[in-house]
Structure formats: C-alpha cells, structure tokens
Design a binder for this molecule. Structure first.
Ligand code: RP5
Length: 197
C-alpha cells in the first residue's frame, strides 16, 4: 500500500499533465511513480526538459533537492519513504563529483537513472565519469550530460513504466510517430522549389 511522504523540504510536485494524459497516481499524498532528485537548486534549469516529458505523458512525479554530500541523511530518508510509498523509478541529476545517483542506487533495488550535469570547470566530464562508472552490482543507467540527458532520462523512465502500462506504451508510440511525421514535414518543406522573386 502506498504511504504518505512526510518529508516536505524543497519539494516540487508535478501532477498536472499539459496534454490529455492523466497521471495514474494523482491522489493527494500518494507517492509519485517517478522521483527526480537534484543535488542543488542550481541544477533545476538543466532538468526542466525531463519534467516536461513526464508531464506530457501524464506520469506522476516529484522533484526533490537532496545532496549525496551535503544532505546524505535526507537522501537516505527520502529514498526509504518514496520506496515504501510505491515510487518505481528514481532519476538523479548532479554535477561535479556527482555521487547522487550512485548513492541512491546503493539505497534501493529499484531502477536508478543518472543524469550527469555540466556544473564545474570540466563541463560535465567529471559528473559523467562519477555517474556512469559504478561498481558491479549497483547499476545506474546513465544518460548524456545536461538537459538532453534529462529529457532522455524521462523517456527512459516512461519506457520502463510502459512495460506494465499499456496506455503509457501507446502514448509513447503516438509520440514517436509524431516526431517522425514532423521530420518528414521538414524534409518535404526543404525540398519544395523556392518561389522566384
Ligand atoms: C553538485 O554540485 C550539484 O549537483 C551541483 O551540480 C554542483 C554545484 O552545486 P552548487 O554549489 O551550485 O549548490 O553537488
């Protein structure tokens, strides 16, 4: 049974989809299907595209600011609470020596997706290695650096959830067809002869 999440610091809830899709878990106080953790509020702009994808597909989610280095006890407590509440996937974004995704993966057996962010002088290469180079047995599915990675993290989360959610799977197929149609439209437009002036 899903439990109410009590920890409420730095909490941002996304439960209102922009498109027609309706979140499965929209009960007030119920755990979201996906939790996005960011290591700092300075990471928020980089993860926004991912949050928009989850909204588009009507996947209930919450964003929390919690740091593996600065607030390790909060990370531990939040993972335990969300896991007990029924959250299915954790997405973790951090920059520099990015240990957030790995720390969360150490605390849960549910899928963890890591987004390395370009926060320091090494432009995300530091965070990429810190996130992707996990020891055997503690996996973090690592996506690309920055906002494009955040977007793909959300798509990947949707694909995992769609394994047991046919409606979500159907919405993903529609989105893929729309993307293909858009590219075909652009190609066609480019091929049309320009009007003479
Ligand atoms: C990491 O350090 C955070 O994820 C952020 O990307 C980076 C810098 O954090 P701030 O100093 O901006 O809070 O832990």
């Amino acid at each position: 049974m899903r439990q109410r999440i009590e920890h409420d610091s730095s909490r941002r809830t996304h439960r209102s989809p922009r498109s027609g899709a309706t979140p499965r878990s929209s009960r007030r106080g119920a755990a979201p299907r996906v939790v996005f953790f960011v290591g700092s509020d300075s990471d928020l702009p980089a993860v926004e595209p991912g949050l928009q994808v989850l909204e588009k597909f009507g996947v209930s989610h919450e964003l929390r600011i919690a740091s593996a280095h600065r607030t390790p006890e909060a990370v531990r407590s939040l993972v335990a609470q969300y896991e007990a509440g029924g959250t299915q996937i954790f997405v973790c974004a951090a920059g520099m020596a990015a240990h957030l995704a790995g720390a969360v993966a150490a605390l849960t057996t549910r899928p963890v997706i890591g987004i390395p962010l370009a926060s320091g002088p090494l432009s995300g290469f530091d965070a990429l290695l810190s996130t992707v180079q996990m020891p055997p047995g503690v996996p973090v599915a690592t996506v690309s650096v920055g906002p494009a990675g955040a977007l793909n993290a959300a798509y990947l989360a949707c694909r995992v959830l769609a394994l047991s959610d046919d409606d979500l799977g159907a919405r993903l197929l529609v989105a893929r067809s729309e993307t293909a149609a858009e590219i075909a439209r652009k190609d066609e437009k480019r091929r049309q002869p320009k009007a003479e002036t």
